[in-house]
Design a protein around this ligand. Sequence first.
Ligand code: 1HE
Length: 271
Amino acid sequence: THCKENFMSEPILLTSEQDNIGIVTLNMAHKRNALNEEAIAAIDAYFSAVPSHIRAILLTAKGDHFCAGLDLKEHHDKARSGVEFMRVCQGWHRAFDKIQHGGIPVVACLQGAVVGGGLELASAAHVRVADSRTFFALPEGTRGIFTGGGATVRTARIISAPRMVEMMLTGRVLDAREGRELGLAHYVCDIAKGDTPAPEFALTLAKKIAGNAPLSNYAIVSAISRIADMSATDGLFTEGLVMAMIQQGDDVQERLGDFVNKKAHKVQLNA
Ligand code: 1HE
């Protein structure tokens, strides 16, 4: 379904590949990439069937704004009942869980508005690169609704629950640097200061990530957030199990051997 079309008969999502990187792009710039039911279905479809040669995914958006969140026009026009909207939210949860726990690292490249459901989408990615003019907000309170795409879990765990409460109550808009301080962005690219543009930098990171052992990446994106939900004793046990499984990977002996034979890179600052 990710070939569903937007109003100009273009796909809602553009998908392409560069080597072993999957590139998925929100393509609804005319409405600031606001997400309607079709867009969520398209995201779900893409992340449900990532080709097996893909080692990392770059999540980007066309236009000046990454994502304006829930399609408020659709929501208004459909005048959904409580149960209908509950089902919509569960659809967002399913789709975004496939992003976070699909086993493949996802790098999001952010620009402009990353608000409401747009922040929920970004929060499901593993690495967030922001253009310096990015801004973050949760304006649900002013629209008479609440978060429904996972922010109470994902965004609250990034910035802390009390900060999310404050952000929602006051409608505070965080700029890119404030967002980075709180972990909403991991990198800020400022082209005015000569930084690499965010899309290019995000692609470089995705390629670097794709060079890790695939099973290590699988463990990193699958285990850490889940272990964070466990008791310490269960977490440590699970960590051991994951390690035991991961080190069976085909490339492990070769990677270790490269280090032992002084053929592997060393860990260095600014490398
Ligand atoms: C939209 C949406 C949208 C823009 N749904 N159509 N999210 C929000 O509350 C954010 C609402 N949007 C904005 O604050 C602004 O549009 C932006 C800051 C994102 C961009 O501003 P700007 O000046 O570049 O664009 P614009 O003129 O406001 O919008 C351009 C068009 O996009 C316009 O439509 P047009 O027909 O007049 O051209 C807008 O109506 C349309 N548009 N945002 C529908 N969100 C699972 S629960 C999640 C809960 C939430 O996400 S609540 C937060 C919703």
